[in-house]
Design a protein around this ligand. Structure first.
Ligand SMILES: Nc1ncnc2c1ncn2[C@@H]1O[C@H](COP(=O)(O)OP(=O)(O)O)[C@@H](O)[C@H]1O
Ligand SMILES: [Mg+2]
Length: 590
């Protein structure tokens, strides 16, 4: 992974590919840079007539023309650098936008297991920090390479026009400079990768503390967190400084080489034999051009820092972009389904670990309710998450209406399922938009029909009762800066969302766990209405929900250990009876 497996150039070439759509902009930028370089070089060349003809020769025509030349040159430079900067920035920002969009869209298709395994801070940092660095590498590097190379060429031409001999000598140091660059270059990519990772750590620590601020307060974790952050923070600083040290070190060596060359040139130019060939103006023009080359050389020697940094960032992004994703759009699209689900000998192990589910077989008919019960960690959530294919089963088969769910197009499969999961996610939007999440009719003006459907769903989920109390009713904003809801209120919105989806399969994973008995009873009544026409799987916390189920599956350590109706299971006196007894005692205590 990373450094050794992929070369710098293939990655960089792929990166440059992102600028392809903006070639006209780049073309304009290059022309503007050429104008800039021409004028800058012209200014250095101007010192010769200025000295030899205007000042020493007292050529009045030249004296009169000089101010005009100077203004013209600076006009050209100003125009050139403005247009070049603007066009390059436009290209860079476009590349950032394109790449960011691409990465974001990739996030939308990543398999669930990817999210389990990757820190969310790293994922956010990639989208923000890495993407910016990549664009830096493309546009800033292009700018430097093109503009400063043109400068160097312009100045070299000025130098050549003044003295070929001195210029040739100057060029002797070029290979030395190249050598320095090659040596330090390798170090940069590794350091840059470290910096990006430490940036991800900073983001991760921050996002955990921000979302877990109450836990931090309750357990007085401030000190622990501050210390942990300070380590991450210090590491980030250390990696940055290492990079700076390497960068400045190489600059200094290059500068030293240049200074040495300069000394030798002054020595050579002042030899008797040379003094005859070279006028004071020519020597000044030569020196001006040579000194003006130095900043450009410095930038060119450092451009690989930018490139390496971008390549390190791009490497991570390309690895992500090339990585696995859910196969949306493959398989057969389903139109109407009755919703018959059949598990046969299904097992699951997450990421090659131990089996979490073993030999699960059962059938769930349309219009029936299947209840899953069992201790926490027994595999209930894992079992239902196989149906929308959040995870792929390791063995066995799962059929929907007699079709293997693997052969069904993912989106079409998921459209058939309404799932209320254990952890409820509400988006930073209005209550109505949350209930009608991703409903195409929600775009723009909400139509009357949908409004009524949203309200009906909210009413069935027993949510209207509290929504009506809110200042803006269904149009109240949720999320950060908006209104905060209780656990039970959130669950009711999630249930309303599932009701509105109106799918043939309904899965409720402890969907009413945060509700009081009264609310639960009300929702239960509404749900029973809905369940009549669909296949329902319900993971129940409270056994009262289970009593009316058509079949009850008791899970233990990933296996179905008991099955039957509430009454038959109770009569068996097994684990279900035990669970029921605990629940009953627990229920009485409340
Ligand atoms: N995303 C996951 N990756 C790896 N292991 C998991 C994941 N989700 C659950 N598990 C493991 O699977 C087992 C069953 O968990 P789960 O299905 O959530 O149980 P339940 O819903 O019955 O409480 C647990 O041992 C848990 O550690
Ligand atoms: Mg669970």
């Amino acid at each position: 992974m990373g450094e050794s497996s992929r070369g710098t150039w293939p990655i960089y070439r792929r990166l440059l590919g992102y600028t392809r759509s903006y070639l006209p902009l780049l073309g304009v930028a290059v022309v503007a840079m050429a104008l800039d370089a021409l004028c800058t070089g012209g200014f250095a060349a101007l010192t010769r007539p200025l000295l030899d003809e205007a000042l020493l020769g007292r050529d009045f025509e030249m004296i009169a023309r000089m101010p005009i030349w100077i203004v013209a040159i600076f006009l050209g430079r100003g125009l050139g650098s403005f247009v070049a900067d603007y066009c390059m920035a436009a290209t860079g920002r476009s590349v950032i936008r394109d790449l960011r969009q691409q990465v974001f869209e990739k996030y939308l298709t990543l398999p669930t297991s990817y999210f389990d395994q990757t820190s969310h801070g790293q994922m956010i940092s990639r989208l923000t920090f890495n993407v910016e660095q990549v664009a830096e590498a493309t546009t800033s590097a292009i700018t430097i390479v093109v503009r400063d190379t043109l400068y160097v060429i312009a100045f070299l031409l000025v130098m050549l026009s003044q003295s070929v001999k001195l210029t040739l000598f100057t060029l002797v140091i070029a290979p030395l400079i190249a050598g320095v660059i090659a040596v330090v270059s390798r170090r940069f990519r590794r350091l840059s990768k470290n910096i990006q990772d430490t940036m991800g750590d900073v983001t991760q620590r921050t996002s955990e503390v921000v979302s877990g601020h109450k836990v931090v307060k309750m357990y007085s974790g401030q000190q622990v967190e501050a210390e942990r952050f300070s380590r991450v923070n210090a590491n980030n600083r250390r990696q940055h400084l290492k990079l700076v040290a390497t960068k400045s070190g190489s600059t200094s060596i290059v500068q030293l080489l240049a200074g040495f060359t300069l000394a030798v040139i002054v020595y050579l130019a002042t030899r008797e034999s040379m003094l005859d060939d070279i006028t004071p103006g020519a020597f000044t023009a030569f020196m001006t051009a040579m000194l003006a080359i130095l900043p450009s050389l410095k930038k060119l020697t450092n451009v690989h820092v930018l490139i390496q940094r971008g390549v390190a960032a791009a490497d991570t992004l390309f690895e992500l972009l090339d990585g696995p994703q859910e196969a949306l759009g493959e398989g057969q699209a389903l139109d109407q389904v009755t919703g018959r689900i059949a598990f046969s000998d299904v097992s699951l192990n997450y990421n090659g670990g131990e089996s979490v589910l073993k030999g699960i077989s059962f059938e769930a008919e349309p219009g029936t309710v299947t209840a899953l019960v069992g201790r926490s960690g027994s595999g209930k959530t894992s079992l239902v998450s196989l149906i929308p294919r959040f995870y792929e089963r390791s063995a066995g088969s799962i059929m929907l209406d007699g079709v293997d769910i693997r052969a069904i197009e993912l989106q079409s499969l998921r459209q058939k399922i309404a799932l209320v999961s254990q952890d409820i996610v509400l988006f930073d939007d209005t209550i109505a938009a949350n209930i009608a999440y991703a409903n195409p009719a929600m775009q723009g003006e909400t139509d009357e029909g949908l409004k009524r459907a949203i309200e009906a769903a909210a009413r069935q989920a027993n949510a209207m009762e509290f929504i009506e109390q809110l200042p803006d009713g269904l149009n109240t904003r949720l999320g950060e800066g908006g209104i905060q809801l209780s656990g039970g209120q959130r669950q009711r919105l999630a249930i309303a969302r599932a009701i509105l989806k109106d799918a043939p399969i309904l899965i409720l994973d402890e969907a009413t766990s945060a509700l009081d008995t009264e609310s639960e009873r009300l929702i239960q009544a509404a749900l029973e209405d809905i369940m009549r026409s669909r296949t329902t799987l319900v993971i129940a916390h409270r056994l009262s929900t289970v009593e009316n189920a058509d079949q009850v599956l008791v899970l233990d350590q990933g296996q179905i250990i008991e099955r039957g109706s509430h009454a038959t299971l109770l009569a068996q006196g097994g684990q279900y009876t035990e669970l029921h007894r605990l629940q009953f005692v627990d229920g009485q205590r409340r």
